[in-house]
Each structure stands twice: as C-alpha cells, then as structure tokens.
Design a protein around this ligand. Structure first.
Ligand code: G3P
Length: 215
C-alpha cells in the first residue's frame, strides 16, 4: 500500500519524508488555505521534497477551463497529478487530460457509481472520502469495498486512493480491503507507530537495563 500525505504543510511533509513514509502528496483548496502560503510556491516547495505524485486541485467549472488550468499546474513540478472534482465537466476534462498522458485524481467521490464513471473516464486515481461519509451516518469503508469489487471485476487500472482518513483504523481497514493508496494526515501517520504495549515494553526494558548497567 502506498502512503500519500494529505497536507500542504511543507514542514510536515518534510518530516514524513525523512521517515521514508511519503510515496506522494494530496492537496486541496482547504489544505492550501490552512498552510497559509501562496499556492504555486507551496506546490513547488513540496515538489522539491517529494519525487512521487503530487495532486493539485483545479477550480474550473467547465472541462475547457479545467484543461487549461491543468496546463499551468503541470509546470509547477515534475510529478503533478491534476485533481478534478467528480461531475460531468470534471470527467470530460479527465478524458482530455488522459488523452494527453496527464495523470488525474477524481475527488469528492461518495458512491461506487461515481467511482465506476471515473474509471471509465480513464482517471489515474479515484478518491473516495471515508471520513465524510462516516460523519453523515454512512459506512465509508463499505464504499472502498464496493469500488475494489467493481475495479477488480472489470480490471480497471484506476487506483483507489482512500481519502478523508480520520484515524488509524481507516488506514488498517483500507489496507485489508486492498485500497492502492491511503492519503493520511501527518498527525495520523505519527499515530501508526504507537501501541501501548510497545510503550510499556520500552519502559520496562529501559528500567531493567538501568538496574544492570549500574552494577
Ligand atoms: O484529500 C482530501 C480529503 O482527504 C479531505 O479530508 O478530513 O477534509 O474530509 P477531510
């Protein structure tokens, strides 16, 4: 399973990269706002750290506008993925970009049928939003399972990018189902290292070592 960092915060991305855990990065307008820096400079700074795919979200509302915007974004780094919202114009743009060999990520996906349409448009990635579905009383993980089944049935190459991840169990379950990628916020990535029995075991070993090392 690949790990992308769901962040536009350059210091967080650098720290995760130093741990060897960054296969790529996903950004969106909200994450850019949170990072508080210029959009282009932020993406360029991320691109200087990360070799893997970096998703940059388009804002255009027509296929032509999205396509034009994409031509600019691909100049911002070496491995830019064009993020496109899930709707008819968005998927039109995905087809145009796919014909040019430009990778895409269809975002704000909340149903298996939307994911099927994204695969038929030849999207590189599809981003089902787990946490936001859970928030409104649906089962986000069930969506990942349905998409996995559909993509396997028809051998679609579109990669499932589990997004809107809120806690470690989302990462665990997405991995069990076979999502290709989890895009993980930096604070959740850090939590993956921990287990209370590991912490307790370390404390005991350190205390025991102190006892014999001072003999
Ligand atoms: O990549 C975008 C997605 O992960 C958003 O997450 O927490 O805003 O639902 P969230």
């Amino acid at each position: 399973m690949q790990f992308f960092i769901d962040s536009a915060h350059v210091a967080d991305i650098q720290a995760a990269h130093d741990m060897g855990l960054v296969d790529g990065v996903t950004t969106n307008p909200t994450l850019i706002k949170k990072a508080g820096q210029d959009h282009k400079q932020t993406i360029q700074a991320i691109s200087a750290i990360v070799d893997g795919p970096i998703s940059v979200e388009t804002l255009g509302t027509t296929a032509d506008a999205i396509y034009k915007e994409a031509q600019e974004y691909v100049t911002w780094g070496t491995n830019i993925v064009i993020k496109v919202v899930m709707n008819a114009e968005g998927l039109k743009a995905v087809r145009l970009l796919a014909n040019d060999g430009i990778p895409t990520n269809v975002t704000l996906v909340f149903s298996p049928l939307q994911a099927l349409l994204a695969a038929k448009a030849n999207a590189t990635y599809v981003s089902p939003f787990l946490g936001r579905l859970d928030d409104v009383g649906y089962n986000g993980m069930e969506l990942i399972q349905h998409i996995r089944t559909i993509y396997t049935n028809y051998n679609y190459s579109t990669r499932i990018l589990a997004a809107s991840i809120r806690h470690p169990v989302h990462v665990l379950e997405a991995a069990r189902i076979g999502a290709d990628v989890a895009t993980v916020p930096a604070d959740i990535l850090k939590k993956l290292f921990h287990h209370p029995l590991t912490d307790a075991g370390i404390a005991t070993f350190m205390a025991d070592a102190k006892a014999w090392s001072s003999r």
